[in-house]
Design a protein around this ligand. Structure first.
Ligand SMILES: [Zn+2]
Length: 375
């Protein structure tokens, strides 16, 4: 019986994806902003090895493989660069050139397990940021900030390694020049937490004490686009995972593979990418945020891409998706800092979309304008 239910559910899911991917854009849908973000980082992380030191950064030059696609679509990506990469002057020169050619923005990517100072902690790596003393997190952040400044004197955008953002790391960001963060992966859980199961799918100004929900911070949070299939499913998943360790481990694959649609090109087919984007737009989502890693452009750099042909297929998929998103959704490519400007001004009167929080608790337009002045 369970098999029949599982097969039936899978068929329903597939039909839903097909329907969404082909559904026409309605007159009430607004054009979307399109943020393409790339974590520019060392190799080896897909082997689940979190070394405290690494020199495996040859993949960075593979970013040039995206040149024809980005130029064709006018993509202005945001490059979140890790310490292991930014510490090399040759990579800094290469990335600075690329940023100039593409109109890209260079931001900060903190891999807390290999960014100095390296102090032993009594937890397995990658140690969740909530278990790291805040002053140690701050020192690591300042070190990566220093090397990234050699390329971009005023970096304002940030992403935390493994999307491991909680209140502690957010406090470090609020005390820094960072204005826009993209470290929330909605409907996802990570080792040691904090879980992002109930986080909004569209940009919002977070609550400083819990960046997973809207509030009054001056920093704009730009989650990667992952959309719940049923609104409220994140809260249900959070409740189930609070019951026991066993249910917690059940929730992780269920929310990832059944309860959400991901607009992330890695391991997502073109049809599901389109379905996720359409569902997000239909729910009044205003920004489509995609991300992938520079190492995915290197054959052998991730488990899915063993050959150059695999990498080419991946880039072709991104190309086809961008074709569709720009044509069908009227998606407009822009960098993170421009997105923050937009949410501070043009979008300031609208509440955050895709949140599971009570809309009455969401920040009002006036709150956003006050924050804009403060920021
Ligand atoms: Zn990373």
């Amino acid at each position: 019986m369970w098999n029949a239910i599982a097969i039936g559910s899978h068929r329903t899911y597939k039909k839903g994806v097909q329907f969404l991917a082909k559904s026409p854009v309605s007159a009430t849908d607004v054009p979307m902003e399109l943020a393409i973000t790339i974590d520019v980082e060392e190799e080896g992380l897909f082997r689940k090895s979190y070394e405290s030191r690494t020199d495996l950064t040859g993949n960075v030059e593979c970013l040039a493989k995206l040149d024809h696609v980005f130029r064709k679509h006018g993509i202005k990506p945001t490059l979140f660069v890790s310490y292991a990469v930014a510490v090399h002057s040759s990579h800094r020169a290469f990335l600075s050139d690329l940023a100039r050619q593409w109109g890209a923005e260079i931001g900060i990517h903190l891999h807390h397990w290999n960014t100095p100072p390296l102090e032993p902690l009594p937890f397995p790596q990658p140690t969740p940021s909530e278990l790291i003393p805040v002053e140690l997190l701050r020192a690591k952040f300042n070190n990566v900030l220093d090397v990234v400044r050699e390329m971009n004197p005023n970096p304002v955008s940030f992403r935390m390694g493994r999307f491991n953002l909680g209140a502690k790391m957010f406090r470090v960001l609020e005390d820094s020049p960072i204005q826009v963060d993209s470290s929330i992966a909605p409907l996802r859980t990570e080792y040691g937490g904090p879980d992002h199961l109930t986080a909004p799918s569209d940009p919002y100004f977070p609550d400083s004490s819990d960046p997973r929900r809207p509030g009054h911070s001056r920093i704009l949070e730009v989650p990667i686009t992952i959309v719940p299939i049923y609104p409220g499913i994140g809260s249900l998943a959070e409740w189930i995972s609070s019951l026991s360790q066993a249910t917690k481990y059940l929730v992780r694959p269920a929310t990832k593979y059944l309860a959400s649609l991901s607009a992330q090109p890695m391991a997502t087919g073109l049809r599901r990418l389109k379905a996720a984007a359409r569902l997000h737009q239909a729910r009044q989502g205003r920004t489509l945020t995609l991300y992938f890693h520079s190492s995915e452009l290197l054959p052998g750099g991730c488990p899915q891409h063993n050959t150059e042909a695999d990498v080419t297929r991946f880039i072709d998929k991104i190309d086809a998706f961008l074709d569709w998103a720009i044509e069908e959704l009227e998606a407009r490519p822009l960098v993170m800092s421009k997105l923050r400007d937009l949410y501070d001004t043009s979008f300031a009167d609208s509440p955050a979309q895709g949140s599971e929080t009570d809309p009455r608790e969401q920040a009002s337009g006036m709150d956003m304008k006050e924050r804009s002045r403060a920021g």
